[in-house]
Design a protein around this ligand. Structure first.
Ligand code: ACK
Length: 373
């Protein structure tokens, strides 16, 4: 299976990713900068399983002024993901000491968003295609559908590993030398298994606290009983202590249920790619990733337009939960019209899965091949 899981042995991952020796990395040129970090093109020696060899890699680092930002969570998510041809693979990490570094496979053709925008103008020079690779010049409907298929496959794999990406967008899809899409940037992602474990621990801690309070209450009840008994026996004004304890106890510990606290990370949010339930209730699930996938289909069909470009972020937050959707591009093929608008169903459970999306895109691709021949 071309798109199947090819790294099911979770136990092998832990040992595979020891701390990488940072003197084996040579930064060569800056590829770009994000909110907190930089991405460098670099050379790395002796990567796991390739001793004695040097490989061109991409290295993500944290800028000195953002030293408090950690790349550990991102490294753990990428470790859990392992290797898939439509996901940027982590090759090594330096996260035991500062500055943190993530060593990733290098995707030489850069961001999908840049490629889509470059294709708008015929005068722009697009990268030539590699023999055996996908043709990128011109960007035919079939090439565009190929991108959509790659992203659906990558996301199906990611969702299968119980990771919610939370920042799926054409700017976070890279192209390798073959013109194959690779999903990247897991800086905002959450691991649903780790979250569940954390919530269970929180619940246990809350239960312990409740048990502790219940015992305290029992003790207080007991002491009040003794006090009343004392007062009954010896009359008011006598007794141990001050004898005025009737209203002081019995407060139950309140347990807060803020959905947004469960994320535990503070980042600028990709509002124009977010589902109504994320905008309103800070809920992030595989279904909200599907919503973002629908927006990516829209970005592909419009060659890199910005969703709701006429609106401010504030207006998007207000109007998407009221039913506003991106305008469907006239030039896109009917199948994708249909698919992207189903990704934007108000009810998350009515949205297609990534597997379903993959099947539908594959079917369209086959149909076009048959129509063309
Ligand atoms: O369009 P780009 O060249 O592709 O500019 C951005 C920049 O770094 C900041 O994110 C590039 N980039 C990120 N990760 C990789 C990677 N694994 N391989 C190649 N380029 C990358 C991205």
């Amino acid at each position: 299976n071309r798109y199947g899981n090819n790294n099911d042995d979770k136990t092998s991952l832990a040992s595979e990713f020891q701390e990488f020796e940072r003197s084996n990395i040579r930064l060569k040129s800056l590829l770009g900068e994000g909110n907190f970090g930089q991405v460098w093109k670099a050379e790395a020696d002796d990567l796991s399983g390739h001793f004695g060899a040097t490989r061109i890699v991409a290295v993500k680092t944290i800028r000195a002024c953002s030293a408090q930002v950690s790349l550990k969570d991102e490294a753990n998510i990428m470790r859990k993901l392992g290797s898939h041809q439509n996901v940027v693979t982590l090759l090594g990490a330096c996260v035991e000491s500062e500055p943190h570094m993530l060593i990733m496979e290098y995707a030489m053709r850069g961001r999908l968003l840049s490629l889509l925008r470059a294709a708008r103008s015929a005068t722009n020079i697009l990268p030539a295609s590699v023999p055996g690779g996908r043709s990128l010049a011109p960007l035919s409907p079939r090439t565009l559908a190929g991108f959509a298929l790659d992203i659906a496959c990558g996301m199906e794999y990611i969702a299968g590993r119980r990771i919610v990406h939370r920042d799926l967008a054409a700017r976070n899809v890279l192209l390798d030398h073959n013109g194959m899409c690779k999903i990247c940037d897991f800086g905002m992602s959450i691991d649903l298994d780790a979250e569940r474990l954390r919530k269970e621990q929180e619940k246990n801690a809350a239960n312990d606290l409740m048990r502790h309070n219940a015992q305290k209450f029992k003790f207080d009840f007991g002491s009040r009983y003794i006090l009343q008994h004392w007062q009954h026996t010896f009359g008011q004004g006598h007794g141990p202590g001050h004898g005025n304890c009737s209203k002081e106890h019995g407060h139950g510990e309140k347990k807060s249920h803020h959905g947004h606290d469960t994320i535990g990370k503070r980042h600028a949010l990709p509002i124009r790619w977010m589902a109504p339930e994320s905008l309103q209730y800070h809920m992030f699930t595989t279904e909200t990733d599907i919503w973002a996938f629908g927006i990516v289909l829209w970005e592909i069909a419009t060659l890199g337009s910005t969703p709701y470009s006429q609106l401010t972020g504030r207006e998007v937050i207000r109007r998407v939960p009221q039913g506003l959707r991106p305008e469907l591009p006239k030039e896109s093929r009917h199948e994708f019209y249909n698919l992207m608008s189903r990704c934007w169903h108000k009810d998350p459970h009515m949205r297609p899965s990534f597997a379903q999306s993959r099947l539908e895109i594959t079917r369209s691709l086959h149909k076009w091949v048959d129509d063309d021949s």
